[in-house]
Design a protein around this ligand. Structure first.
Ligand SMILES: *[C@@H]1O[C@H](CO)[C@@H](O)[C@H](O)[C@H]1NC(C)=O
Ligand SMILES: *[C@@H]1O[C@H](CO)[C@@H](O)[C@H](O)[C@H]1NC(C)=O
Ligand SMILES: *[C@@H]1O[C@H](CO)[C@@H](O)[C@H](O)[C@H]1NC(C)=O
Ligand SMILES: *[C@@H]1O[C@H](CO)[C@@H](O)[C@H](O)[C@H]1NC(C)=O
Ligand SMILES: *[C@@H]1O[C@H](CO)[C@@H](O)[C@H](O)[C@H]1NC(C)=O
Ligand SMILES: *[C@@H]1O[C@H](CO)[C@@H](O)[C@H](O)[C@H]1NC(C)=O
Ligand SMILES: *[C@@H]1O[C@H](CO)[C@@H](O)[C@H](O)[C@H]1NC(C)=O
Ligand SMILES: *[C@@H]1O[C@H](CO)[C@@H](O)[C@H](O)[C@H]1NC(C)=O
Ligand SMILES: *[C@@H]1O[C@H](CO)[C@@H](O)[C@H](O)[C@H]1NC(C)=O
Ligand SMILES: *[C@@H]1O[C@H](CO)[C@@H](O)[C@H](O)[C@H]1NC(C)=O
Length: 730
């Protein structure tokens, strides 16, 4: 149940991608480039001024900006503005028909930026934008127009325009993007087309756009790309289309776009990247081909691209394989290979151990969301031993169980190590000691239960900027107390990311789900626990001793009882012995406890002794009554002889044992040879108690035998013993 809750938490907290590390930065660079061309003015606005009503009260103005938003059918023209504006955002109004007079009211200004969003544009005449002589940036979005009308519209595009954004334009038929006739002599450098159906992009049909630097055709069902020479083109984005193969950028090793340095082909259906298809792009710096269906990176795919800095081949696969020297490159610094379903195991269909060899400049390697479950330390060794310049490494979400020892061994320049969402159980003490440049570590959402004082050295804790150990199932026992206290008191705790909210106990049950900070484990409680442990130890020792004593007492209970009774009855007995003197009531006290020999005793022995020899027998089982112990003592005192019939069962019986020890003690105390010992059978070794042993040592006991000879011998000895009146021990 707790595990389920845990997993749910993880899912909520970590949707698939937290790895977009430095990824945004790359895009930032690109945007900055764009703003150099005039977008910057638009983004910046005077901050001190307030928005004021303007444009027939249907717009708002501030500085050079005018916003005419969502007036619907109430605003069907471009109104007059009192102040000098250069930027107009005309969104959510009604402007179905645009011609050479539509912008009359703003021609007096130097309008640079015009946004025509969602304003029901349907018709647009040739040269409609002619009057906007200063226009730099034009965005037309959410409109429905015929492709002919759109062409007419664009044909009037002014000389100065350099950014054109056409987005979500619903055309009557797929657009063939033939701008040659309409946009002659244009200075457009950025062409951004989004969500307009353009099945075929033919670069030749844009040949008049001599200044094109960035082309983006996004989400436009692009299936085919025909390139033509352009020395100006720097970046090409063809994301989210339906390309099945890499466009032909090279012919006979000559590049169509010799200065292209940024190429994105994300979210297509491309299945392979052949080295020869890229080899001509000597200026390519960044190459993205995420979310395609690439399953193999061949040897030397990028080795001919001397300026290459970044390659991103993420969300590809399934089962992507990497050949030897796949990333051979003298320049590559960043490599993103996340979520490619790569199994990092040796083999043709998986990863060659030398896949990352000759990629010595690599500084960032993101291979998160792949499979490291079966990766041997030898393979890690093979990979990391060649990547000694790595600064950032992510093996997050990779089913990793053990921290590879080759990381601290080779990656001395590492600054950021991302290992979140794995199954790491333990961080070896001193693991990070060798990583002197390490600043950020993420080991969140693993299976770490404890942090030992030597896991991170103090030196190391001072050096790092952030450690994320959140969402591990900490075992909040006394062993973790130092860490809890450390987090509570040390200023270094600020370096622990997501502390305290997501540092939660996974065990023991009392603390399950509690924040580490809320755990009430004090030195005191732990000391008490120590005392408790002591107490437990001593109590168990006590119990052990008690049990021992009890068993000893039990073992010798009859002997002890005897001592007790003797102490109590000593005086009475003494009197009795004085008075009774030699006048015994019984001749023989018969002690026998083994039913197996009852017939021998009652059929043979008793009649013979009583009837034939006229002896007065006392048999407790027959003649006794009342308190047994009392009876034993008084009757044995009143007997001249005691006959002990010893067998295994005799020894096991408590009363008989008492009789035996009592007889033995009489023998010792009264110095009287009163015992006649008969052994019925050989005793089991365990049954030879101390008393029995002593008794057997005292006397020449008589052995019982079943054969005639033995029986005769037995009787001979019995009669001799009984008739021996001279009791006194010599
Ligand atoms: C902007 O409005 C605030 C109140 O909303 C006012 O205090 C401030 O003076 C105004 N600034 C200008 C430049 O008009
Ligand atoms: C110019 O603005 C005025 C008032 O704002 C408006 O009546 C007129 O129709 C506008 N002219 C055009 C050509 O849209
Ligand atoms: C409007 O502002 C621009 C610069 O922002 C300036 O060049 C131009 O002269 C101004 N026009 C008028 C009519 O004030
Ligand atoms: C124009 O205004 C709309 C509505 O406020 C806004 O969403 C859009 O971002 C603006 N356009 C530009 C280019 O800023
Ligand atoms: C376009 O504008 C109309 C009217 O202002 C509005 O109802 C609609 O939601 C807008 N559509 C989009 C996609 O902005
Ligand atoms: C607009 O174009 C029409 C013919 O195409 C012409 O008659 C008219 O004078 C033009 N208007 C302006 C303001 O240029
Ligand atoms: C506007 O465009 C439609 C086609 O989208 C066309 O049928 C219509 O004639 C055009 N209207 C004008 C006035 O040009
Ligand atoms: C992609 O285009 C389709 C239709 O052309 C549209 O419905 C969808 O919203 C677009 N998606 C994005 C992310 O632009
Ligand atoms: C691309 O456009 C040029 C010029 O219009 C044309 O000659 C060529 O045949 C077109 N290529 C394809 C593949 O359509
Ligand atoms: C790595 O690439 C370079 C440049 O293309 C090439 O000369 C070299 O042979 C390649 N190394 C291997 C081992 O293939």
């Amino acid at each position: 149940m707790a595990t389920l809750k845990w997993m749910f938490l993880l899912l909520v907290l970590y949707p698939t991608d937290i790895i977009a590390l430095n990824y945004d930065k790359e895009i930032d660079i690109n945007l900055k480039e764009k703003s150099e061309d005039g977008l910057g003015d638009f983004i910046e606005s005077p901050k001190k001024q307030n928005w004021t009503r303007c444009g027939d009260n249907m717009c708002q103005c501030k500085g050079y900006q005018a916003l005419c938003l969502n007036n619907g059918h109430q605003l069907t023209y471009i109104p007059r503005f009192e102040q000098n504006i250069t930027q107009l955002n005309f969104t959510g109004n009604y402007l179905p028909f645009i011609d050479n007079e539509t912008f009359t009211n703003v021609t007096e200004f130097q309008l640079k930026i015009l946004v025509l969003r969602n304003s029901s544009i349907q018709n647009c005449t040739r040269n409609a934008f002619n009057v906007l002589k200063f226009l730099r940036f034009l965005l037309i979005r959410y409109n429905t127009i015929s492709s002919n009308e759109l062409m007419d519209c664009l044909s009037g595009i002014t000389k100065y325009l350099n950014h054109i954004f056409l987005e979500f334009i619903h055309l009557d038929k797929p657009w063939d993007l033939d701008l040659d006739n309409s946009m002659t002599d244009s200075k457009i450098s950025n062409l951004h087309l989004q969500s307009i159906e353009i099945p075929h992009y033919n670069q030749s049909k844009l040949s008049t756009l001599k200044h094109l630097k960035n082309i983006e055709i996004f989400n436009s069902s692009l299936r085919m790309v025909t390139c033509d020479f352009s020395s100006t083109l720097k970046s090409l984005h063809l994301n989210s289309n339906q390309l099945f193969e890499l466009p032909t950028f090279c012919v006979n090793d000559k590049a169509y776009f010799p200065h292209l340095n940024y190429l994105r082909l994300d979210h297509n259906n491309i299945q392979s990247i052949k080295p020869e298809l890229l080899a001509c792009m000597k200026f390519l710096k960044q190459f993205y081909i995420d979310n395609n269906r690439i399953i193999l990176i061949e040897s030397n795919t990028f080795s001919n691209l001397p300026k290459l800095l970044l390659v991103s081949i993420s969300y590809n696969g399934p089962d992507m394989a990497l050949q030897e020297f796949a990333f051979n490159s003298s320049s590559l610094k960043k490599l993103y290979l996340y979520d490619d379903d790569i199994y990092f195991v040796n083999g043709q269909k998986h990863v060659n151990e030398d896949a990352f060899k000759y990629c010595t400049q690599l500084e960032v390697l993101i291979v998160s969301s792949n499979h490291f479950r079966f990766t041997t330390s030898q393979m890690f060794e093979g990979i990391f031993s060649t990547l000694r310049n790595l600064r950032i490494l992510s093996l997050a979400h990779g089913e990793l169980k053990v921290l590879p020892s080759s990381i601290p061994k080779y990656l001395e320049k590492l600054e950021k190590l991302l290992l979140g969402r794995n199954n790491i159980i333990n961080i070896k003490e001193g693991y990070f000691n060798n990583l002197k440049s390490l600043k950020n570590i993420e080991i969140n959402s693993n299976k770490i239960t404890t942090v030992k004082p030597n896991t991170f050295s103090l030196q190391f804790l001072k050096q790092v900027k952030g450690i994320d150990l959140s969402n591990n199932p900490f075992s909040c026992s006394c062993e973790l107390l130092w860490f809890i206290n450390f987090l509570k008191t040390s200023p270094i705790r600020k370096r622990f990311i997501r502390f305290p909210k997501e540092y939660i106990c996974g065990s023991p049950t009392v603390y399950d789900g509690k924040q580490l900070l809320q755990v009430r484990l004090s030195e005191h409680t732990c000391a008490i626990t120590y005392q408790a442990r002591l107490i437990i130890i001593s109590v168990s020792a006590g119990i052990f001793l008690l049990v021992l004593t009890i068993s000893v007492v039990y073992r010798y209970r009859w002997y002890l009882r005897y001592i007790l009774y003797m102490a109590r009855f000593q005086h009475v007995r003494y009197q009795r012995l004085l008075n009774g003197g030699e006048n015994y009531n019984h001749d023989v006290y018969l002690s026998s406890c083994d039913a197996d020999f009852d017939d021998v005793i009652y059929n043979d022995l008793v009649p013979r002794l009583e009837e034939d020899m006229g002896l007065r027998l006392y048999i407790p089982q027959r003649d006794g009554q009342g308190n047994m112990i009392d009876q034993i003592i008084s009757n044995m005192d009143a007997s001249r002889k005691v006959m002990l019939f010893i067998s295994d069962k005799y020894v096991e019986d408590g009363y008989c044992e008492f009789e035996a020890s009592f007889a033995y003690n009489k023998y010792i105390n009264e110095k009287r040879d009163l015992m006649i010992v008969v052994v019925f059978n050989e005793l089991g070794i365990l049954n030879v108690t101390k008393t029995i042993h002593k008794i057997l040592a005292v006397d020449n006991y008589i052995k019982w035998g079943w054969d005639e000879e033995s029986v005769e011998l037995f009787w001979l000895k019995i009669t001799t013993a009984i008739n021996n009146m001279d009791d006194l021990i010599p």
